[in-house]
Design a binder for this molecule. Structure first.
Ligand code: ADP
Ligand code: MG
Length: 226
């Protein structure tokens, strides 16, 4: 079942065309990794899908709920962990607060943060903040979870704990779209990989297909990670 379908998406900022022509599909339960050089339009693509930007033309067909996890966590600094997680489900989704609190406690347990519900973001490590932001995204019961370089602001030892959380979500068949520079992770966890460059999808396929591609642009890009 196709959850998200994008056709001929185009987006410019003034005269700078950032997304030239992007078409893709995401199936239920799929993990899609998006890789590519800095400035290729990966964040803009996620921001168009999640309605933080308005595309110039093209189609985005998705009528579910999404969760978004950013590179820099983007937690509300003046809200406790609990309030960060429960605010949108209660205020935006108008769900029963008691039920939302219960779910939030279970999510904190799952993220291995059971005793942090009253803490403020500044009292947590980067890895803990990112796990709170994943809990916050999951609290919306999203159909698709989007990640924009979720480990890029983290030290290597904290990166591992976030990648493990994402891997566990993948094994629960959570549908995810992950922009990442963690090539080994993408190879292991993604069902499909998209390589973007200059606003185009230069190559897409299974990890085997993309990592063994003879396309010189991909070879050059992947070569930088070896
Ligand atoms: P990536 O995430 O692949 O590094 P981005 O989507 O962030 O790429 O950026 C692609 C291009 O779009 C860059 O040249 C960037 O400067 C430009 N860009 C992104 N957002 C904006 C914006 N809000 N206003 C103007 N230019 C932008
Ligand atoms: Mg980006």
């Amino acid at each position: 079942m196709t959850l998200l379908e994008i056709k001929n998406l185009k987006k410019s900022f003034n005269k700078n065309t950032v997304l030239e022509d992007i078409s893709l599909q995401v199936e239920k339960g799929e993990v899609l990794a998006i890789i590519g050089p800095s400035g290729s339009g990966k964040s803009t693509l996620l921001r168009c899908i999640t309605k933080l930007e308005t595309p110039d033309s093209g189609e985005i067909n998705f009528d579910g709920t999404f969760g978004l996890v950013f590179q820099n966590f983007n937690l509300f600094p003046h809200h406790s962990v609990m309030k960060n997680i429960t605010n949108a489900p209660i205020k935006v989704q108008k769900r029963n607060p008691e039920e939302v609190y219960k779910e939030a406690e279970a999510l904190l347990e799952k993220m291995d943060l059971p005793d942090k519900k009253d803490a403020y973001p500044c009292e947590l490590s980067g890895g803990q903040q990112q796990r709170v932001s994943i809990a916050r995204a999951l609290a919306m019961n999203p159909d698709i979870l989007f990640f924009d370089e979720p480990t890029s602001a983290l030290d290597p030892e904290l990166t591992g704990e976030i990648l493990k959380v994402i891997k566990d979500l993948a094994s629960e068949k959570m549908t995810m779209v992950i922009v990442t520079h963690e090539m080994n992770f993408a190879k292991k966890v993604a069902d499909n990989i998209i390589f973007m460059e200059n606003g185009y999808i230069e190559e897409q396929g299974t990890p085997e297909e993309v990592f063994q591609s003879n396309n010189p642009r991909i070879k050059e890009f992947l070569g930088k990670f070896n």
